[in-house]
Structures are given as C-alpha cells and as structure tokens.
Design a protein around this ligand. Structure first.
Ligand code: 13P
Ligand code: SF4
Length: 349
C-alpha cells in the first residue's frame, strides 16, 4: 500500500504586527467571542499569540484529545478551533449541536491527507480479521470506518488492551507511531505507511552530535518521529506528556523533537529551563517543515478575526458519518476515563 503524494504548502508568512496592532486585534477578537458566545480552543503547535489569547479569553490550549473534550464540556454556542482540520472535525463530532469554525479550513495534516477514506476502506476490507485502530489525525470518514480512535497519549494502553483480548490490529495512518506501539506492546499489527512531514524531518545523526554538546540534556521525542530518533529519547510521549516532562524532570536542559510551537507552553510551565530544538538539518534534509507544521502555521490572529467576522469556515459533516465516527471516539474516551479511575484507585491503595 503506497500513500498518495502530498503537496506540502510553504510555511505562511503573516505580516508582522506591531504591539499596538496585536493588542487591538486581540481586543477585537475577544469582543467578538463574547458577542457570539464563542470559546477559543487552540493546539500547542499554533502561534504563541493564539495560545495566549485562548487562555486569556477563557478558552484552552491543549493537545488534540483535550481540545475536543474541553469543547464538548462548554456551554458555548460556537467553538473556534485553532489547529488543523481533523481537530475541528473531532470537535464537531463530539459537539454536533455547536457551530465549529476555524481560521482556515485548508489547514490539514500530512497524515490525514495521506490516508484517503476510499483507499483506507479497501485496506480494511483486505484485513477483515483485524481490529481497526486509527490515530486521531484522520478525517471523519476514516474515523467512521474505525473500531477505535486513539491519540498518541492513549495509543499504548489501548493496543495493549486489544492484544490481551487476542486481537490483531490494523493501524493507520502514522507508520512511525505504529511501529513504536508495535515494538512496545508486541501486538500483531499491519501498518498504513503515512508519516508526519514535521516529525519525519528530525535527524538521528545530527541529534547524536547535539547530545554530545549537551550531555546533561534530556531528550524529549514525539512518537511520530523516525525510529532512530525515538531510540535516543529519554521521554517518548504526546505533546502533553512532553510539556509535563519539562516541568517535572530535574534536568535544566531539554532537546525537544516536536513542533517548535510547543516551546511557548514549555517556557510558560517551566520558565527556568533551557529548550533546544532537535535538529532537522543533516544528511537527507529537505526542510519541508523545519520543525514547524505548515498547516498549523495557517492559523493567525488576522484570519481568526476574519472567520469570526464572516461567520464562515464552518465545519459541516454528513450526519451519517458523524454518527459512525463518534462511536470509536467515545470508545477511546470511555477507556481513558476508566483507566484514570483505575490508576487513581491503585494510587490510593
Ligand atoms: P497531540 O495529539 O499530542 O496533540 O499531537 C497532535 C499532532 O498533530 C502531533 O503532530
Ligand atoms: Fe499533522 Fe504533523 Fe502537522 Fe501534527 S505536526 S498536524 S501530524 S502534519
């Protein structure tokens, strides 16, 4: 199975705002959010201005799972999702009664684009004995064809659980994360071969060199990275897990292999720590992303204000797809909730 070729956009260059322009735009957006009874939900990879505004205006900055959970728990009429399209869709799947808008509906993800629903469905048909587990970075149509949806934060325990039940797993779309999950859990898995254009760019040889220059630094790696980069990690985890590691570990320095947008939250959580970008240069480097997702970069204060103004850029889903897609997402959320209770009980015992 060969994934389709993906056209990766240039990283958008937004006109630089003066401090006055930035403050005026933020104030205007805050007023519009209030007038629309809307809540702003932003991902850790988006521009720091958006992350700050989400927090200041009573919204949230989070990983993909928490964004959807937070949105669903709000009384708001409208959710404004700053991130990529699958995040907007997941919010809509969990909150069908709310209007979900985004600054740019063209902000997709190489994993989502690399896993078109028709080809994915044929792949599932070819493996009828496998339980279909898909990563959240997929379209609503792909989720609708899945038994389970997982995020990087919950993939390991869910696949472990399925393996205990004697199930074989069809995994899509990220092959690096899939291989990592397979290695840790020992599960029998077939993998869809897509990858993230941002994490795929981290280079193992150059990372080794940087580690020699910073021998005290802890290496934090998102599991969408290549195997030889994961192999050098002190911590492998979701965006939330990596932020937690910076706050909780005693190290002063950290080499971080994920999108640089996360530095805003890491610095806010642990201001004294030194953060070093893992290298994307070196042999085989193309720098199509340079540790910053071009689709996440399509979110800015300017088009956020325009989206609120026009009321456009709304996520609209086929109700039949939504009804099917919500089942594997709920399965994941219920599993996560049960697991949290079990872990708390174990901690109290
Ligand atoms: P999280 O689920 O950790 O937020 O990651 C989403 C993502 O797109 C990683 O590249
Ligand atoms: Fe998709 Fe990678 Fe961008 Fe995350 S960083 S949204 S996985 S392309």
């Amino acid at each position: 199975m060969k994934p389709p070729n993906i056209l990766v956009p240039q990283h958008p260059h937004w006109p630089k705002l003066s401090d006055e322009e930035r403050s005026a735009l933020k104030a205007c957006i805050t007023d519009k959010l209030k007038a629309e009874n809307a809540v702003l939900v932003a991902h850790y990879y988006t521009d720091p201005d958006l992350q700050a505004l989400a927090e200041e205006s009573g919204g949230c900055v989070a990983d993909s799972l928490e964004m959807a959970r937070f949105g669903a728990a709000q009384e708001a009429d409208t959710l404004v999702v700053c991130g990529v399209r699958f995040m907007g869709e997941t919010s809509k799947i969990l909150s069908p009664e709310k209007r979900v808008i985004m600054p740019d509906l063209g902000a997709t993800c190489s994993l989502d684009e690399g896993c078109p629903a028709d080809r994915f469905s044929a792949f599932c048909d070819a493996h009828p004995q496998h339980t279909v587990v898909t990563y959240a970075n997929t379209s609503a149509e792909v989720k609708a064809r899945s038994d389970w949806v997982v995020t990087s934060g919950i993939a390991l325990p869910i696949v472990e659980h399925l393996t205990e039940q004697g199930e074989k797993v069809l995994w899509a779309p990220d092959r690096h994360l899939g291989r990592y999950v397979q290695r840790v859990t020992g599960a029998e898995m077939v993998l869809w071969p897509s990858s993230c254009v941002v994490h795929e760019e981290f280079k193992a040889v150059a990372l080794k060199r940087i580690r020699r220059l910073h021998p005290q630094a802890a290496v934090l790696v998102h599991p969408e990275s290549p195997e030889n980069v994961i192999a050098q990690a002190d911590v492998i985890g979701s965006t939330t897990a990596l932020i937690k590691a910076v706050a909780e570990m005693d190290n002063k320095e950290f080499i971080v292999a994920t999108d640089g947008g996360i530095f805003y939250k890491m610095q806010q959580t642990a201001p004294g720590k030194i953060l070093i970008e893992a290298p994307t240069a070196g042999e085989g480097a193309t720098c199509v992303s340079c540790a910053h997702c071009p689709w996440m970069g399509m979110n800015a204060l300017q088009n956020l204000e325009q989206a609120l103004d026009s009321g456009g850029n709304e996520i609209v889903l086929d109700p039949a797809i939504r009804e099917r897609a919500v089942i594997p997402i709920r399965r994941m959320l219920d599993f996560a909730a049960r697991r949290e209770i079990e872990m708390k009980d174990r901690g109290n015992a």
